[in-house]
Structures are given as C-alpha cells and as structure tokens.
Design a protein around this ligand. Structure first.
Ligand code: GSH
Length: 224
C-alpha cells in the first residue's frame, strides 16, 4: 500500500535538501515502499494542515487509516517489521534515534537558528550576541564529540544500518554543510557512507525535483 508523504508546496532555496520530508523519503526508499507526495501551503498555513500537524510543520504521513507527524515517530512506524528496525536491536535503535533528535538535533538546531538569525535577520532575527552563538556552538560540539568517539569503531550507530542512522545522518548533514564536521573524521566518514547509499541518492533527487517542479508551478501561476 502506498504511503502519502506531506511536504510544503514551495520553499525558497536555502532549506532545500534539508527539509525533513527527506528522511521519510529515504526510509521509504530503503524499505522499497511506494509513496506519493502531497503538499500543504507554506504560507499561509491551512486549517487542513493544522488539523493533521498541531505545530503546523512537515513531514506528515498517511499510511492507510493512520496519520502521523514527527519524523522520529514516522521512521519508527515505517521501520516496523523491516530491516530498519532489526529484531534484537529495537531498544538500541530507538535509543539512538531519540538521541539523534533530542540531544544532537536539539543542540545543532539551537546553533543553526542563531546562525540563520545572523545571516537573514529579516526572516530569523534578531541576531544573538557572539557569546551566545559561541556558547550554542560549543554545546553542539559537545554532542558531536560524543558521537565522534562512538563512530570511531563502528560503521552504523546501532551496529547495523537502521532507522537511527537515517535520522542521525540527516541531523549531521546540517553541521556538515556548515563546515562544522571538519575536525570529526569519523562523523565525516559516517555521513559519506550513509549518503552514498542508493536509497539516499534517490530520495534526495526526488526531494530536489519536488522543489524544481514547485518553482515551475509558481512561475506559471505568477504569469497567468
Ligand atoms: N520535530 C519535528 C520538526 C519538524 C520541522 O521542524 N519541520 C520544519 C520543516 S523541516 C517545518 O515545518 N518548519 C516550519 C515551522 O516550524 O513553522 C520533526 O522531526 O518532524
């Protein structure tokens, strides 16, 4: 049965490649489940969107009768009964998936939010002080240090490739894109290994194609 993945109808260039529908697409590609994409307007957000995501965010999925939000919950649901949640490693995979979201992503989003506020004050401002940005960066580095140590002697965070790797690597892609992984060889290798997977490449290509099609539709609307 096909899954429906919701993302935005359009977004500007800067978040493309990092919108969290990507992690859902990646998981679906890994397990070979067909899916279709539906959209919600990014602005203004619709009542229909708020009705299925109380924070007005994406991703959201529909899987038969079930509607789910929160990328971690979505991944755990999709992984059930598949190699992404290997029998015997359920607790460990869940632990690392939650650590990726609740420890690493919380820290990196805090820092990234401040960087964006500096870069685009009209959208994300007001900017924080340099001391606050540096404090947030050190907090993120503390989390990266811990995962770096761990990944020095393993390929995948829970021993075999799992849903936890999809979330952890997708989280790490932001500090990597911002040049923050240069002193972390194990994390750099981990991200490279995971993103070399055919499922990631397909998910990313389809994710980017979605935004290109969204530009075309927007241009056509503007000139109509
Ligand atoms: N904890 C949520 C975060 C979702 C999230 O931040 N989504 C972003 C797109 S990647 C969003 O919709 N942002 C718009 C907003 O927060 O208003 C998850 O993992 O699903």
């Amino acid at each position: 049965m096909s899954v429906v993945v919701y993302t935005y109808d359009w977004l500007p260039e800067f978040p493309r490649g990092f919108v969290r529908d990507l992690r859902v697409r990646w998981a679906l590609e890994e397990i070979g489940r067909p899916y279709e994409v539906a959209t919600v307007p990014v602005y203004p957000k619709s009542d229909a969107h708020w009705a299925i995501q109380p924070f007005g965010q994406v991703p959201i999925i529909e899987d038969g009768e079930l509607t789910l939000f929160e990328s971690g919950a979505i991944l755990l649901h999709l992984a059930e009964g598949t190699p992404l949640l290997p029998p015997g490693r359920r607790a460990e995979v869940t632990q690392w998936l939650i650590a990726a979201l609740n420890s690493v992503e919380v820290a990196s989003s805090g820092w990234m939010g401040m960087v964006l506020a500096e870069r685009m004050p009209d959208v994300f401002g007001p900017p924080s002080t340099q001391e606050a940005v540096e404090h947030a960066r050190r907090n993120m580095m503390g989390k990266l240090d811990a995962v770096e140590k761990l990944m020095a002697d393993r390929d995948w965070i829970a021993g075999v490739f799992s849903a936890a790797d999809i979330i952890m690597v997708d989280v790490l892609r932001i500090p990597e894109a911002e040049g923050q992984l240069s002193s972390y060889p194990a994390l750099t290798g981990y991200v490279a290994r995971a993103t070399a997977r055919p499922a990631f490449k397909k998910a990313m290509a389809d994710h980017m194609a979605h935004w290109q099609a969204a530009d075309v539709a927007r241009d056509a609307n503007a000139s109509a």
